[in-house]
Ligand binder design. Structure first.
Ligand code: OGA
Ligand code: NI
Length: 376
């Protein structure tokens, strides 16, 4: 029997974790009905990870699959001199190199003031620090709501649940009304998005140039049209070795701009079959090439990553996903014709963003990437 009490979150207790595991669906439903996410479990004082979060042995982190001896050198690219012709060439070379080999790079002097970055992280932290009753008002799985709080977008599809709660809001196109936001995020979320949009447009210019295309190419085809801001909240976890903050995945967008937590790490990148830690670089933003950009171009293959659960916490990160997601759109994205040659034949078929995202959702989190769906 499941003992999540839907009326009173404080009654979720340690017994939950020792119950006989015979009904995952009921356990998920009871969890979802609390409308207070993983944070609600911590508030209730659990000391063991409930069964729904526990991964089978082969999916747990063990020392063998994390490469402790070697560090993966994720380049830190300084954008300060991007308008200087000579220095811009160097920047573009580094962007090309990183995109072709790892699919990740960090940027500094990216133009987003540190106060703005701190404030958006603080806003997400404050939202979750509120009483459960306040958070509940925003908890929903309704696709029509503009500002959404939930735990695990694929809660009912995925085989295991991630140790993370999420705030999600599509900021472009069609930004929401200020009153759609909780107060602590109302102004800063709009402000932060403006900056991320501007940075995104610059990054798409650099990526276009890195591919030998005219600077405006990727912006003109619409890569920068949609932006979703995701506030990730990873509560401290009593038994981090049993679960994950986010299972291995690739982002189903064109490009992701991630503000990592300054203090608590946990993000890992898969490179040549090994997992590497990505320690936070203060003030930097981590950029990763998403599946939709991989599908259009000839950059490095998958950019798989995951987040470990942590005894310390909360870990708070803010991700900007460039994609129009499920918005209706007639734009079709496919291999860029200027780049197709006999030696470089198209690998993926063309798609709308919406069809691509729907294919991703249909698989739930069991899919590491949806690129296979487009493979020719
Ligand atoms: C994501 C993601 C990493 C992090 O939101 O897709 O991979 O460190 N986030 O929060
Ligand atoms: Ni991701």
């Amino acid at each position: 029997m499941v003992d999540f009490n839907t009326n009173n979150t404080t009654s979720i207790s340690a017994e939950t974790t020792t119950m006989k595991y015979d009904d995952r669906r009921a356990e998920l439903q009871a969890f979802d009905d609390t409308k207070t996410g993983v944070k609600g479990l911590i508030d209730a004082g659990i000391t063991k990870v409930p069964q729904m979060f526990i991964r089978p042995l082969e999916q747990r982190i063990d020392n063998s699959d994390t490469n402790d001896d070697k560090r993966l050198d994720i380049p830190v690219i300084d954008l300060a001199d991007v308008i200087d012709d000579v220095k811009r060439k160097v920047i573009i070379d580094r962007v090309r190199q990183a995109s072709e080999t790892i699919g990740f790079f960090q940027v500094v002097n990216h133009g987003i003031p540190s106060e703005v970055m701190d404030e958006i992280v603080e806003g997400v932290r404050k939202f979750h620090a509120q009483e459960g009753e306040e958070r509940k008002k925003y908890y929903t799985r309704e696709k029509t709501r503009r500002f959404v709080y939930y735990s695990n977008f694929d809660l009912f599809q995925a085989p295991f649940t991630n140790w993370r709660d999420t705030l999600i809001c599509m900021m472009a196109p069609n930004p929401p009304n200020p009153q759609d936001f909780p107060e602590m995020l109302r102004e800063i979320q709009i402000e932060y998005s403006k900056h991320v949009m501007k940075l995104g447009s610059l990054l798409f210019e650099l990526l276009s140039e890195a591919l030998g295309l005219k600077p405006s190419y990727l912006n003109e085809i619409g890569c920068c049209e949609g932006l979703t801001i995701i506030g990730n909240y990873y509560p401290p976890c009593p038994e981090p070795e049993l679960t994950l903050g986010i299972a291995r995945h690739c982002d189903n967008d064109f490009l992701t701009v991630l503000r990592q937590d300054d203090y608590i790490s946990g993000l890992q990148v898969l490179h040549q079959n090994h997992w590497f830690d990505v320690p936070p670089v203060p003030g930097a933003l981590l950029i990763n090439i998403g599946d939709l950009l991989q599908a259009s171009l000839y950059f490095h293959g998958l950019t798989e990553h995951r987040v470990l659960a942590n005894k310390e916490g909360p870990r708070v990160t803010v991700a900007g996903f460039f994609s129009t997601h499920l918005q209706p759109s007639t734009r079709v994205f496919g291999p860029i014709k200027e780049l197709v040659t006999d030696q470089n034949p198209p690998l993926y078929r063309a798609t709308t963003v919406k069809d691509f995202v729907m294919a991703f959702h249909a698989k739930g989190a069991t899919a590491v990437s949806s690129l296979a769906y487009l493979r020719l």
